[in-house]
Each structure stands twice: as structure tokens, then as C-alpha cells.
Design a protein around this ligand. Structure first.
Ligand code: SAM
Length: 252
């Protein structure tokens, strides 16, 4: 039977690829790379380099999969994402059937950890339930960008005994206060921290974490918000893309 692996590869630093991930990578015949925008071109290059570094001595194929286009400004966000996932599922099933022989193993190298804001696990679960192509599958965890954020700022993500909320920039704007214990924000293309009302709020921000371009800024939100916005805009202009994440606390 075909085998599929979803392997978390960390968020940019090749040394964050775990030994379990390396061992898994060394069993694959085909690595699937989903390509989307300019941002993903660079992320695709990182994946190719990881393959060379960790599977270089073995025979394997790197198969690039152009992603299915998605509606970026839908009226109903959840419905649009569900429809997009259904189309991706169909597309992926066909490619797996065509490129992977019955006894072969394929891998999807997922940025950070596959369990956090990534659709690959959901896609394979759906594909497996549709039974259009039969396969066994496994998920190998990876080091998430938010773990790197905490480590490089030398902070604990949660307050003692408190919960931690992890959300998106889109959802942060809808919150009327920072949840007790703090909130980690990902997928924020619009500096949603500008919507925070708490005057004592503290931010720990990081971009391109784990890479040579890593940027870290922290401080009282009121004091550093503009610096972050400026640094973010300049870096995005220079590189053409940016990935950043941050922790907000109601106080330092
Ligand atoms: C689609 S989510 C993927 C998250 C990933 N699965 C993880 O565990 O980090 C992409 C978001 O993760 C965050 N992210 C991923 N890699 C990052 C990095 N190297 N530096 C800063 N933020 C990163 C950003 O908030 C970005 O918008």
C-alpha cells in the first residue's frame, strides 16, 4: 500500500529538523512540494535544500504541485476555505495516484508543526475518507514558529498556571481585550496589534524566525508598535514576503 508522511520541518532553521523527521525523510521515494506565491517559492527552495541535506545520498524525486487558486476575499470565509480544500483534495488525489506507485512512500514537508495552522493533515484525512486513493499515513511533529519565538525572546509563552490563546490577526481585531494569560497571533498580514486597547500591553514580535534574516522586537506595545510596523514594511519590501508572529500580554 502507498504510504504518505506529513513531516514538520521547523520554521526555517535546518537544525530544527528533528531526528525523527530526518529518519522519516530517508524512507521516502517522492517529496511533494506545494507551490503558491513568491513567499512559497523561497519556502520551496528551503524544502529542496533540506532534502539535499538530509536525503541527498538516496534516490528520490521532488514533485512540485501547483496549488489550487483560492478566493482571497470571500463573503463567507469558512465556506470558501471548505470549498478550496475540497478542490485541493481532488487535485492532490490525482497527483498521488499518478506519481506514487503502490509500494512507495511520499512526503509532504510542512512548515513548523503540522498541527498548527496548516491544512495538510485535514486534507489527507479527507482524502483518506473519500477512498479515491488508498494509503496509510503518519504525522511527524515539528518545531513551530511560536516555540522559536518564545525561545529566542527567552520567555515562557504562558503566564504561570494560565491558559494561552493562539489566534490569527483577523480574529485579534474582533477581540475587545487581550485574553488573560496572553495571546499568540499568527497569519497577520495587517499589523492587527494596532487594534489593541490595553495601554499597558506588551508585545514580543519575531519575523523570519530561525533564519538568517530573523528580526526580534519587544517592549511596551505603545512604545514599539510603530517600530515594528516600519521594520515589517521595510523587510517585506526588501524580500517580497514576510512571515511574522507575536505574543501579546495585557502587561509586561
Ligand atoms: C500557515 S501558518 C503555519 C504555521 C506553522 N505550521 C508553524 O507551526 O509555525 C503561517 C504563519 O506561521 C507563522 N510563521 C511561520 N514561520 C515563521 C517564521 N519563520 N517566523 C515568524 N513567523 C512564522 C506566521 O505567523 C505565518 O503567517
Amino acid at each position: 500500500m502507498r504510504r504518505l508522511l506529513v513531516i514538520g520541518i521547523g520554521s526555517g532553521d535546518p537544525d530544527h529538523v528533528t531526528q525523527q523527521a530526518v529518519k522519516a525523510m530517508q524512507t521516502v521515494d517522492v517529496v511533494f512540494g506545494i507551490s503558491k506565491t513568491t513567499e512559497n517559492e523561497e519556502l520551496l527552495r528551503v524544502r529542496r535544500e533540506l532534502c539535499e541535506r538530509y536525503i541527498g545520498g538516496r534516490r528520490y524525486r521532488f514533485v512540485e504541485i501547483p496549488d489550487v487558486e483560492r478566493d482571497r476575499r470571500p463573503v463567507n470565509y469558512v465556506k470558501a476555505v471548505e470549498e478550496w480544500h475540497a478542490a485541493r483534495c481532488e487535485h492532490l488525489g490525482g497527483i498521488i495516484r499518478e506519481t506514487l506507485e503502490e509500494d512507495q512512500c511520499g512526503a509532504f514537508l510542512v512548515w513548523g508543526d503540522p498541527g498548527l495552522y496548516d491544512s495538510m493533515v485535514r486534507l489527507l484525512a479527507k482524502l483518506s475518507s473519500l477512498a479515491r486513493v488508498e494509503f496509510e499515513w503518519e504525522v511527524i511533529p515539528g518545531i513551530s514558529s511560536i516555540q522559536v519565538l518564545a525561545a529566542h525572546h527567552r520567555i515562557a509563552l504562558n503566564d504561570i498556571g494560565e491558559s494561552l490563546t493562539v489566534t490569527t490577526g483577523r480574529k485579534l481585531v474582533e477581540m475587545d481585550h487581550i485574553p488573560a494569560g496572553g495571546v499568540v497571533v499568527m497569519l497577520d498580514g495587517q499589523c492587527a496589534f494596532r487594534s489593541v486597547k490595553e495601554t499597558d500591553a506588551h508585545i514580543y514580535w519575531g519575523a523570519y524566525l530561525g533564519t538568517a534574516d530573523e528580526m526580534l522586537i519587544s517592549g511596551k506595545l505603545a512604545d514599539v508598535a510603530e517600530t515594528i510596523e516600519r521594520a515589517r514594511a521595510e523587510a517585506k519590501k526588501r524580500k517580497g514576503w514576510i512571515m511574522d508572529t507575536y505574543l501579546l500580554r495585557g502587561r509586561a
